[in-house]
Design a protein around this ligand. Structure first.
Ligand SMILES: *Cc1c(COP(=O)(O)O)cnc(C)c1O
Length: 229
């Protein structure tokens, strides 16, 4: 299958999953994850009409993004080391991986210095897997939200998680339901803000994520083929 066909096939699956769960497919945004995909591959996806992409590593983003059209919306979706935050303003407009308190003020300072704002999601570790980043304490995540909303350069838009690596569907659902509950708590705590983004679901589990309420999915390999790790 060509990329064009994979994009169409993904759209069909998103639509079917949305319909199954009584939701409109229009409320589900797709962030095409391009980590390890060379610039030519991303350009091809752009030519298929995709405009929202996600990169996982800052260094790779720094190398690739300037070579691509500037009407792309870029999301940083991977763990950001503190000393890499300075590269992000002007490069990405979203950081989905706000996974610890100390990155919050660093983002605010770097984006604020450039007079920019960045859309952010709080990343929860909903699987309990120690290899995963993200807040594992809900109380800490709520405290982080409280800090973010005080900062002008940061706009809190919602929450993100990576589902557990398992074939066990009910474990995956439980993780996504946990994120959804946290997301709804944010919405009621900050009802005056635009908390509208529940980012969950990758190539292997995006249909479950949609059924559990995802408004944003992050497929990579289903579009670009398997990665060598
Ligand atoms: C790699 C990655 C994805 C995409 O994974 P696939 O399984 O290739 O769809 C999505 N989200 C995050 C945070 C990732 O690191």
């Amino acid at each position: 299958m060509q990329l064009k066909d994979r994009v169409l096939a993904l759209r069909d699956r998103v639509q079917a999953a949305a319909e199954r769960s009584g939701r409109s497919p229009d409320v589900i945004d797709v962030v095409a994850v391009t980590k390890t995909v060379p610039v030519e591959g991303i350009r091809e996806a752009y030519e298929c009409g995709l405009r929202v992409f996600g990169e996982s590593r800052v260094q790779e983003a720094v190398e690739k993004i300037p070579q691509l059209p500037d009407d792309i919306e870029w999301h940083l979706i991977g763990h950001v080391q503190s000393n890499k935050v300075k590269h992000l303003p002007g490069l990405v407009s979203w950081v989905q991986s706000v996974d610890r308190p100390d990155i919050i003020d660093k983002l605010a300072r770097r984006f604020g210095d450039q007079g920019q704002t960045v859309q952010v999601l709080l990343e929860l570790n909903t699987s309990g897997e120690s290899s995963k980043h993200g807040f594992s304490s809900l109380a800490e995540a709520h405290r982080a939200a409280g800090r973010i909303v005080e900062l002008q350069a940061l706009e809190l838009r919602g929450a993100m998680t990576i589902g557990p690596l398992t074939e066990n569907e009910s474990e995956i659902r439980t993780a996504f339901a946990t994120l959804r509950r946290f997301f709804e708590e944010l919405q009621s705590a900050y009802s005056e803000l635009r908390i509208d983004t529940l980012s969950m679901g990758m190539s292997g589990d995006f249909e479950i994520a949609i059924e559990e309420g995802a408004t944003m999915i992050r497929p990579g390999s289903v579009l670009f083929g398997p990665r060598e790790m």
